[in-house]
Design a protein around this ligand. Structure first.
Ligand code: GAL
Length: 999
């Protein structure tokens, strides 16, 4: 073995040439299971000799394979408590960094402190399973080992390799024995390969994907290539299977029986697309083996600056997917992969970027079957060289050439026959280097049928796409018009500049879903659909990468980088998915589903019609059924089906809704909801699964909108309670209303900062800007209180110490028999802009009132947007209706506590609790203004200060915020500033509310 092979830039030694992943008649024996394992602190491992046949490993741990050893219960001999349960948070377990290398930058050297796991497996082979003992026959395959391994079989050295998320095979036929065999693998946590694997994710060593023995005939096909083009002008498919051995190709369904290398024209073939994943199954028989062929006919081209498949432009409604499981890290079982795909398809997602490495091959097989476009990315990111000003960056250093070629070859060879893969992405965030040119050329020669993406090189000379991460809406618009500013370092008007402008644009990452957010998904989608240059985008990202952990008291929580005692550490940056770490969808998941819905439903009361736009690229609407429902004040009064013709892709139809009855005058607020749902069950969702919803006000002829009053009829109204407000003589605050102890209302301008409010570093950090001027520490002063007849006016000023900025407020209470009306006026005073702390305009994250109610209240019903949370820039998934929820279920358990559970456009809400009068708060005139509300058992301050959800405890009160407005969510944790229109303007505002109560 090469001395210090783990620090070699050669990539690997001793492995077979990479070949396509496939299933076949060759017997596959899984070597997954319980292996012997011993962890050592340095690359020396347990020392020489552990690979020997007779080595005594009886005292070693047992570990499951596949798994990451840092996520298993094992012995760490040098730790304080050697026998550990996973995940260990003390720095000997999983480590998380975003851009930083967790070791000194001195390529290709890595520290001597390099945890090394020695693995041993003894397995028996019956005599008939080792029939062919020639060298080329049986292969030993590792689907994924992080980060570097050396391998011995029956004491004989096979070689070593790096490339954690790429397969490696060794020829072992000549080494296998009937009876007992011993496989020994030494795995190093750090290696030269680690310099190429600096993706924003956990560092998770081990044999984490399958280990397999495949008994192949010695002259079996190694390399085969399926060409399955589709000519959309004639409907003819062209099939050719090339192989490195002559063989016979058969696709019974198409009547195909041909030799390898022969081109066959198949008339009237059904093409493959993500929308209609039509596959034809067949075989390639050669060298005594029958290989399964899975053929999808499709042609990917770039023409006229657009990405086309089968002649049609396509739009990726995509997500970036890391492989993650909250217990098992990147060691995913098939069930989890299927779950991901079902969840994606149900959320209208049609594309996946495999950020930032080839996934388990089974995932791609499932994408072929279920239908998802795949942008497959190679296992290559050298981001940490940014801290060396990119000096020594591997793509620019010839010494790394072989390792980079090896990685690209292993990806393309493994997956080139997968119809779902339509774009190869060479790397993520690895800056520039000449090797990219070679890699691009190699791919073009090996696989001319797929375009190549590389986002980071501003010249885009080696990319078939222009691409960026996290542009603002304005920048995206400009890109759509091909009017983007020339990237830095590129000469305006140069060949690169002109060429880039002609390329299609692929939005490789956008909408950073960290914590509560992202906002603007609808805005981005509107732009992506508006310009033909766009082939869509990929939200960052699919799933939070947090680990299921327990604190000292045994309470479960989601661990992130900041919970690990190791520096550097990327903190909470690993929690930025539309699924929580346990795969529960977060509100962002539903918002995304609504924003990217492939059907737009636009009812229009004036014409009594609905416009239905089919945004699919290939499918007509025949798989969907449509219906309408008429609600008055959120209660359904009539519904019916809508007959929709099989409208073709990228076109629309206007349908007259004859059956919708006119609504009686003054019945209340009338809404028409139109839905599109699956007509039949699919392999990813049941029949009736809702694909799209559209809503519009539907006050038809003769009807008039009603005030909040009449709607109360349908709210099980009890006996009205008299308001009997009690005001504190000094502060003017309420002490009691309707006989219920109430504290407040006080002016509130702060919310527990969301991850997006905090921004990234020092940029776009609205939370830090607001704190700098004390928005989080307002004190309140009452200046006047006067009661005249039924009216009490309280006036005051709320603002922070050290500042002049403040809100001047006036609350006018008018008491009636069974109601009390509040007009709350807010005016901004002092320096809100150009403050001494910086030359910016500070806008508050919210503007409104906060009340404390008795803790016995436990439920809320409301008429407004729901059922999930909503914000001004994230409300596509929240429809107008009537909803009910317990206060506890209202809270969205973001793993890092932050503002959540807001509801915009509220007409009224009722707060209920056993033995307490039901309190009803309504917009006094909903036609003029609505309000936002949140309700929780703890204050915003407690929410802000909690590190984990379990730090939050019942304060004994219910804290109710009634806001003129909360600012939007944005996605500034990695992305542009929150657009102006989603902020709370520092302008005078009024909240008009009517309080009633009943028993
Ligand atoms: C991108 C990167 C991703 C992730 C994201 C922020 O720059 O490609 O891997 O780090 O930012 O979460």
């Amino acid at each position: 073995m090469l001395d210090r092979y783990w620090e070699s830039t050669a990539g690997s030694a001793g492995a077979r040439a990479p070949r396509p992943w496939t299933t076949s008649t060759a017997r596959l024996r899984s070597l997954n299971g319980r292996w012997r394992f011993r962890l050592s602190p340095t690359p020396a491992g347990t020392g020489p000799g552990f690979e020997r046949d007779g080595y005594d490993d009886a005292a070693w741990d047992l570990i499951r394979v596949p798994a990451h050893w840092v996520l298993e219960d094992i012995t760490v001999p040098w730790a304080d408590e050697p026998r550990v349960s996973a995940p260990r948070l003390d720095g000997t377990g999983p480590l998380y960094t975003n851009t930083a290398f967790p070791f000194p930058i001195d390529p290709p050297r890595v520290p001597t402190e390099n945890p090394t796991g020695d693995y041993r497996l003894e397995f028996e082979l019956p005599a008939d399973e080792v029939a062919d003992r020639r060298e080329g026959a049986t292969v030993l395959r590792f689907q994924g080992v992080d980060s570097c391994a050396a391998v011995w079989l029956n004491g004989v050295e096979l070689g070593w390799f790096t490339g954690s998320r790429l397969p490696v095979e060794f020829a072992v036929g000549h080494l296998l024995r009937a009876g007992r065999n011993v496989l020994a693998v030494r795995v190093h946590r750090w290696s030269a390969g680690s310099y190429l694997e600096d993706q924003d994710m956990w560092w998770l060593p081990g044999l984490f994907r399958d280990v397999e023995l495949i008994e192949r005939p010695v002259d079996a096909v190694d390399d085969f290539n399926i060409v399955a083009d589709y000519d959309h002008t004639t409907g003819v498919g062209r099939l050719r299977v090339d192989a490195d051995r002559p063989g016979m190709v058969e696709i019974p369904e198409l009547g195909v029986r041909a030799a390898t290398g022969e081109t066959i024209a198949v008339p009237e073939v059904d093409p493959w697309s993500a929308e209609r994943p039509r596959l034809y199954r067949g075989t390639l028989t050669a060298g005594g083996e029958r290989i399964d062929l899975v053929v999808g006919f499709r042609t990917v081209t770039i023409d006229g600056g657009r990405l086309l498949v089968n002649g049609s432009p396509i739009l990726f409604r995509g997500v970036n997917r890391h492989e993650h499981d909250e217990h098992r890290g990147r060691s995913l079982d098939r069930e989890t992969m299927v779950r991901d795909i079902e969840l994606m398809k149900r959320a209208n997602i049609n594309a996946v970027r495999t950020s930032h490495y080839p996934p388990h091959p089974e995932f791609l097989r499932l994408c072929d079957e279920y239908g998802l476009w795949v942008v497959e990315e190679c296992d290559l990111e050298t981001h940490g060289f940014i801290y060396a000003a990119w000096e020594g960056n591997p793509p620019a250093e010839p010494v790394w050439r072989d390792a980079l070629h090896d990685r690209i070859r292993r990806m393309v060879q493994r997956d080139k026959n997968s119809p779902s893969v339509v774009v190869w992405s060479m790397a993520n965030e690895s800056w520039t280097g000449d090797t990219f040119r070679e890699l691009r050329q190699w791919i073009r020669d090996a696989d001319p049928g797929r375009p190549v993406l590389y986002e980071r090189d501003p010249s885009y000379a080696d990319s078939d796409f222009h691409s960026l991460m996290y542009p603002s809406l304005e920048d995206l618009e400009r890109i759509g018009r091909r009017e983007e500013p020339t990237p830095e370092g590129v000469e305006p008007g140069s060949t690169d500049d002109v060429r880039r402008r002609g390329l299609p644009f692929l939005l490789v990452e956008y909408a950073h879903a960290m914590g509560n957010g992202p906002g603007s998904l609808v805005d981005y989608q509107r732009i992506l659909e508006a310009h033909e240059r766009f082939c869509g985008g990929f939200v960052w990202e699919w799933i939070d990468h947090g680990f299921a952990a327990r604190d000292a008291a045994g309470r479960p929580f989601t661990a992130h980088g900041g919970d690990i005692a190791f520096r550097p550490n990327g903190g909470r940056y690993c929690l930025d998915g539309v699924l929580f770490s346990d795969r529960t969808p977060s509100p962002a998941y539903f918002e995304l589903a609504a924003a990217i819905a492939p059907v737009a439903l636009e009812p229009d009361a004036a014409s009594g019609t609905v416009r239905i736009v089919n945004k699919h690229d290939f499918a007509d609407l025949s798989a969907l059924v449509f219906g309408w429902r008429l609600d008055v004040d959120g209660l359904p009064i009539a519904e019916g089906p809508i007959d929709v013709p099989a409208v073709g892709p990228r076109s629309g139809v206007q349908i007259v809704l004859d059956d919708v009855p006119p609504v009686e005058a003054a019945d209340g607020e009338v809404w028409l909801t139109v839905t599109a749902a699956l007509a039949d069950a699919t392999d990813w969702a049941p029949r009736g699964h809702e694909v799209a919803v559209g809503q519009a006000r539907w006050e038809t002829v003769g009807s008039a909108p009603a005030s909040a009053g009449p709607a109360a009829r349908s709210e099980e109204v009890g006996d009205p309670v008299r308001p009997e407000p009690v005001f504190d003589p000094l502060t003017g605050a309420l002490g009691s209303l309707f006989g219920v102890g109430i504290a407040g209302p006080t002016v509130d301008v702060w919310r527990a900062p969301t991850e997006n409010d905090r921004g990234q570093g020092s940029s776009n950090t609205m939370a830090a800007d607001g704190k700098a001027v004390g928005l989080d520490r307002f004190t309140h002063r009452t200046d006047a209180r006067a009661t005249v007849g039924p009216t009490t006016v309280v006036r005051g000023r709320s603002g922070p110490a050290t500042q002049t900025l403040a809100v001047l407020w006036e609350q006018t209470w008018t008491v009636g028999d069974a109601r009390i009306d509040l007009t709350a006026d807010f005016a901004f005073t002092g320096r809100w802009s150009d403050t001494p702390h910086g030359h910016y305009d500070v806008t508050p994250p919210r503007l409104g009132l906060r009340l404390a109610l008795p803790g016995g209240y436990d439920r809320v019903e409301w008429f407004g947007r729901g059922p999930g949370e909503s914000y001004v820039d994230s409300m596509a998934a929240a429809r107008i209706g009537r909803f009910a929820a317990s206060i506890d279920s209202f809270q969205v358990p973001y793993p890092v506590p932050e503002e959540n559970g807001n509801h915009v456009e509220t007409r009224w809400l009722r707060i209920l609790g056993p033995g307490l009068p039901t309190l009803r708060i309504a917009a006094t005139d909903p036609e003029i203004s609505l309000f936002d509300f949140t309700a929780r058992r703890w204050t915003s301050e407690a929410l802000e200060n909690a590190r984990h959800p379990h730090d939050l405890s019942d304060s004994g009160s219910v804290w109710l915020n009634l806001d003129v407005r909360q600012q939007g969510l944005g996605s500034s944790s990695c992305g542009p500033a929150l657009p102006e229109r989603y902020r709370v303007p520092s302008e005078p505002a009024t909240l008009r509310l009517t309080f009633t109560a009943e028993r």
